[in-house]
Design a protein. Structure first.
Length: 420
């Protein structure tokens, strides 16, 4: 099967599952698509034990050939992050800039460090030895959150813009910070260094992070300037599409953060074009990127479920993965809740904000893609098993139950608004 046919099948299957969900199951789309592909994967694994191994092998080959990590990190991520940033209200984001900056940077870095240390300690209890550098790598890839399922629930229920902006803004930026941290630590691991060189780590981190943000500002500024004189919506859409494709590729070549560049560019384009092009054109621009976002997320979560076919783990590793689920959740509660308690002294947040940030801090495809991108080593499969276990729990369990907290927050928000 050639590459075009392979991805045509994947995209068509994702769209078909999404259609069935819209007509019959009516669940949150990404959760339904991943649940469906996960169920198919389990059935194929079971059939393998009953003499139908050919079906499993064919599906397994397709999963391997899809190159999930490269597809997401070197392609889909640029479109997903730009599309997500384009939907954020700049004024709402600006009003929470310190909250979002703290959560996306300090909280993400602290989470990576704490999770890494705890994994190093807990894994030894299961007689599994994972070097501290690999534990920190796991912390870096599992700390960024995925807002997709949560924001879809918020949109359906009409949760306050303040809470939606906080969750979306943090998730978009901490994706970039998490990737920068992961790349920095990966270079340390690949160099076979047994000790941390703090100076090199900081330099690499700042080069990726600050370079990505500055490049994103340049891209966003150029895109806005070129788009203003255009008279047709199609021309504006094609311009943004070209900027995302070329800009992300250039960022990777410059060894700066492409994800942070895309988020920054998307926010700046949104802020500037909103007032400088026709409202109808701006609506068409956002609608185009919403469709791109939905299609790519459908493909992403479909492939995420099928990645189960490429997993291999023993009982100790599975129990370690189960143990790390509450550990990661508690670390998230601490690293997100602590700064929010501080900001509550000077800011008024909707009810249940800390709980929603903690329970709604889902881990998604990015974590699995980063784990898959690790070089072959005795520890790669262990980290992949841990990552996949946490991601499945997050999307299926947390994603499907967050609506309860969202409804409580909405009810409290309406009550407070009526009181005014």
């Amino acid at each position: 099967m050639d590459v075009f046919t392979l991805y045509s099948v994947i995209a068509s299957l994702a769209i078909f599952v999404g259609y069935l969900n819209s007509c019959i199951f009516k669940q949150q789309a990404t959760i339904a698509i991943m649940s469906g592909s996960l169920l198919v994967s389990i059935v194929l694994i079971i059939l393998q034990y009953f003499g139908f191994g050919s079906l499993y092998e064919q599906a397994h080959i397709l999963v391997i050939r899809s190159h999930f990590d490269a597809l997401l990190l070197n392609g889909m991520l640029s479109f997903l992050l730009f599309a997500g940033a384009l939907t954020i209200d700049f004024n709402a984001l600006s009003s929470q800039k310190w909250v979002i900056t703290t959560l996306a940077s300090i909280s993400t870095i602290c989470s990576a460090a704490i999770v890494g240390y705890l994994l190093f300690f807990i894994s030894s209890l299961f007689s599994i030895h994972i070097p501290l550098t690999y534990c920190f790598l796991f912390g870096a890839l599992i700390s960024p959150t995925d807002p997709i399922a949560v924001l879809a629930t918020f949109k359906r229920l009409g949760v306050s813009k303040q809470l939606t902006t906080c969750v979306a803004g943090e998730s978009l930026f901490n994706d970039g910070v998490g990737i920068v941290l992961f790349i920095t630590l990966s270079q340390l691991v690949l160099s076979n260094s047994t000790q941390f060189d703090l100076t090199n780590v900081v330099e690499l981190f700042l080069q990726e992070a600050i370079g990505g943000i500055v490049f994103g500002l340049i891209l966003g500024g150029i895109t806005s300037m070129l788009a203003k004189p255009l008279k047709e919506a199609n021309a504006i859409i094609l311009l943004t599409l070209g900027v995302v494709i070329a800009g992300y590729s250039i960022a990777l070549k410059l060894e700066i953060s492409g994800p942070l560049a895309m988020v920054t560019a998307g926010i700046l384009v949104n802020a500037r074009l909103h007032y400088h092009i026709k409202s109808l054109h701006f609506h068409d621009l956002k609608k185009f990127w919403e469709i791109i976002d939905e299609l790519l997320n459908a493909v992403l979560f479909l492939l995420l479920g099928f990645e189960l076919l490429d997993m291999s783990a023993n009982s100790s590793e599975i129990f370690l993965a189960i143990t790390m689920i509450p550990v990661v959740l508690l670390v998230r509660l601490f690293t997100a809740g602590t700064p929010m308690m501080f900001f509550k002294k000077t800011n008024k947040f909707p009810a249940y904000t800390i709980r929603i940030l903690s329970w709604g801090g889902l881990r998604g495809g990015l974590a699995v893609a980063l784990a898959l991108s690790l070089p072959l080593s005795p520890y790669r499969d262990i980290i992949l098993t841990l990552t996949y276990g946490i991601v499945i729990f997050a999307i299926i369990i947390q994603g499907s139950t967050i609506s309860g907290l969202a409804k409580k927050s909405l009810a409290a928000y309406k009550l407070e608004s009526s009181g005014k």
